[in-house]
Structure formats: C-alpha cells, structure tokens
Design a protein around this ligand. Sequence first.
Ligand code: HEC
Ligand code: HEC
Ligand code: HEC
Length: 421
Amino acid sequence: MKTLLKWFALLLLPALAAALWLAWPDVREPALVEGAALPATAARIEQGRYLARAGNCIACHTQAGQAPYAGGRRIGTPFGDVFSTNLTPDRQTGLGAWTPGEFWRAMHHGRSRDGRLLYPAFPYTSYTRVSRKDSDAIFAYLQSLPAVAAPRQEPELRFPYNTQLALRAWRALYFRPGEQREDAQRTAQWNRGAYLVEGLGHCNACHTARNALGGIDLARNYGGGPIPTLGWEAPPLASPQPMSDAQAAEMVELLQGGTSRHGVTTGPMAEVVFHSLQYLQAADIDAMVTYIRSLPPVGDAPVPRQPRVSAARRAELMRSGEPIYRQHCADCHGQQGEGRDYVYPALVGNRMLTGASAGNAIRSVLLGGYGPSTARHPQPHGMPSFAQRLTSEEIAAVLTYARGNWGNEAPAVSPVEVQRH
Ligand code: HEC
Ligand code: HEC
Ligand code: HEC
C-alpha cells in the first residue's frame, strides 16, 4: 500500500498537474503571422515614435538615470514587483532578434518571443486593441533606437502569482484579446478617440478599479478608484451628467498642456501628460475627449471606509480650518478658492475636493507638487509640501473647510485619515 502511494505521488501527481496545465484553457491564440515586413522608412519610424508616445512606453520601460527604453524599472503590484524589459534593439537582451510578428504577438496576446506568458503589469489588456499596422510602426521605431545591453530582471512575485499556471488562469478570467473594431454608427472622430483611449492610451489601467486579483472591473469601466500600490486615486472619467462644451474644452487643455484654466494635473497623471499626451496632435486629443464624453455613467465608486466625523466635530474643523486656509492657502488658491487662471488650480468645484474620498487632496497637501512641464506651460507653478508645516489636525481642518465651502459639499476629513497617508 505504501509503495502504491509513493508511486502515485511520484508519477500520477505530476501527470495530473501536467494534464491540468494543458487543459486549462488559455485565451484563444491566433497563429503567428509574419506577412511581408513593411520597409522601415523614415516616415514609418516617425509614425512609430508618435504611437510609442501615445502608448507611453517610455515611462515604464526606462529606469531613472538610465538609457531610454532599456527597461529595468521596478513596477509594483499587490502581488509583488515585476521589472520592465529592454526594448532597444540589442540582440542578446533586447528586441534585436525579434520579428515584427513576434512583437505584435507580445502586444496583442501578451506572449514573449520564447513563448512565456507576460505579466499584465505590461498593459496588453489594452494594447491588444492596437492594429497590426500600428504595432509594426512602433516596432520599426524601437528598432531604430541605439542598442543598449540590459539583461532581463527576474520578477519578485509571491507564490503562486509567479507561476505560468496562475497567469493562464488570470488571462482566462480577465483578458480578451481583440483589435478595436470600428463602430459604424459613430463618427470617425469618436472611433479614433475610442481607439486611442482603449488601446495605446490604456486609460482604464488606472481609471477603472481593480478586483482582488488585479482584474480590471469592466462592469464599472472608467468609474475611477484607488490605484494599487501608488497611493493615488484615479477620478472617474465617465461622468454622471453630460459634459458641457466648456468642460470638454477644459479637458482638452488639461490633457494637452497639463494646466487648464481651472485645473492642474498632478501625481501619476502629470507623468502621463509629461511623457505622452503633450506630444499628441490636437485632433487626437479632441478625439479622445469626444470619446470620453460619450462614456456611459457607472454610478458612484465604492468609497474606502473612512473614520466617522460627527456634525459637532465637523463644525469645529470648519471653524479652525478657515484661518489656516487664509494664512497658508489663499495667496495662491484665492479667498474664495477661485485659484488663478492657468496658474493655480481652483479649489471650488475641484474633483479632489468635491469627491467622496479626500485621499488625493490629503496627498497633495502633504507632498506638494508640480504640474507637468509641457510645451504650452513650460514652467508650471508649484505647491509647497505641508507635511512639516501643518499637523494632521490642521490639515484635516483646512481640507474640511475647503471641501465644505464656496459651494463644495463634500464630507469632512478626520485627522486619523490624514495620518494614514
Ligand atoms: C505600465 C507599465 C508599462 C507600459 C506603459 C508599457 N510596458 Fe511593456 N512591459 C512592462 C512590463 C512590466 C513588462 C515585463 C512583463 C513580464 O516580464 O512578464 C513589459 C514587457 C514588454 C514586452 C515583452 C518583452 C519581452 O522580452 O518579452 C514588450 C514587447 C513591451 N513590453 C512593449 C511595450 C510597448 C511597445 C509599450 C508602449 C506601447 C509598452 N511596452 C508599455 C510594462 C509596461
Ligand atoms: C498611471 C495612472 C493613470 C493613467 C494611465 C491615466 N490616468 Fe488620468 N488620472 C490619474 C490620476 C491619479 C488622476 C488624479 C490626479 C489629477 O487630477 O491630476 C487623473 C486625472 C485625470 C483627469 C482629470 C480628471 C478630473 O476631473 O480632475 C483626466 C481628464 C484624466 N486623468 C484623463 C486620462 C486619460 C484620457 C488617460 C489615458 C490617456 C489617463 N487619464 C490615464 C491616473 C492615471
Ligand atoms: C505657492 C502657491 C500655493 C500654496 C501656498 C498652496 N497651493 Fe495648493 N496648489 C498649488 C499649485 C501650483 C497646485 C498644482 C500643482 C499640483 O497639484 O501639484 C496646487 C494643487 C493643490 C491641490 C490639488 C488640486 C489639483 O487639482 O491638482 C490641492 C487640494 C491644494 N493645492 C490645496 C492646497 C491647500 C489646502 C493649501 C494650503 C494648506 C495650498 N494648496 C497651498 C499652489 C499652492
């Protein structure tokens, strides 16, 4: 009996595991099509450079202080860290030996040249929508870069997330490969916007909440939510009320220049504008906003649990917040929170101060920051950090005041919540 069990363990278990592995349905994969490689003309390379910017490849694939596109940047996930790879044409460590077909398979299907399934920290859940033609142009551009030797770094993921079986299961649940289809009912501009937002822009990688397994919650697409490991929250892009023309025009300004009449992008969004959106043609930004305006509303985002603040305590915070605001904030943000056009963001009507969650506002006050430097606004003004200058009680008070004044009607902020950041 004992030996039987031993044989079972030795032979049958691995066989069962192998059978499970083979049987686990991976998403359907089309055959690798090489086709006739298009010549890498200067125009195609230029087109590829533009598209790589639209995809913001450089932000993840460059490590601070190192050669652009040589990879090695650590990307945090709730399951551990992964490292971006070398996209320069080095033959040993980069894409030098890759074919356009293999590159497309990575973009479209999340599979590396050697057959390994890739971690979705590489947002191929969005890039799968990119056309083969555009993928070929990006490849031509990457192949035109100077080759840099930079070997791949092993991911530091916890078991079982570091296994290919886990990736297969994840893909079966959350990954649907497929190019973006034209919607014949819509205008060419809308279709272009959908292609950019859903594909290269990978906007829902941040602007849609993720479930416990890191899957993008498409039922609440563009409903916003916390960005795992970054500590920032992405606001919803789908708005409950139709966006007015004036609001849409401001969004165009914000995405193109990082600073609009009333707003400034900050944190991770400032990086998206800095590396990517500021380089896009005005027509493409217009198209993206046209698409964003059409997103169906998804209802309020689930708000992380917050400490309760009683009505009496709220009134106290409001009272003590006012003089703090006058002393530390009003010079820039205005007596009525009106800000200064194209210089200091308005706090009245600001999503960070009208939303249910105060997380981003707390972060802004603690850390301070700058909007992105762009061609339109080369020297954006800064916001000082208040972490050393104000106590948690004072920050809670000033934010409660700013969230409850001038027509803003958001809940109070408790000092405990400030301390959590
Ligand atoms: C949000 C971060 C992020 C962005 C943006 C991003 N990548 Fe990546 N990429 C990664 C990570 C992380 C990996 C490694 C995944 C792994 O090891 O499984 C990767 C892997 C790849 C690979 C596979 C390389 C190999 O050796 O298997 C290719 C090809 C690639 N990226 C191309 C691109 C292109 C092209 C863009 C822009 C259109 C881009 N990436 C944008 C994070 C990113
Ligand atoms: C890396 C995460 C990330 C990605 C990717 C990202 N965003 Fe954002 N976005 C944020 C965060 C965080 C904020 C809140 C901070 C701010 O307002 O600057 C934000 C804010 C915004 C705002 C301002 C919303 C408001 O009402 O204040 C707009 C508009 C926006 N993003 C559009 C986009 C579009 C379009 C894309 C795709 C091209 C995109 N974002 C991709 C993280 C991201
Ligand atoms: C010296 C001018 C200055 C002072 C003083 C200042 N801010 Fe700011 N603030 C800015 C600028 C510029 C930005 C945009 C840059 C950024 O968000 O990183 C900003 C951004 C913000 C934001 C994020 C809003 C957004 O849309 O990006 C909040 C919230 C905020 N400030 C609140 C405050 C509060 C509260 C105080 C006082 C405790 C204060 N600020 C003091 C200049 C200032």
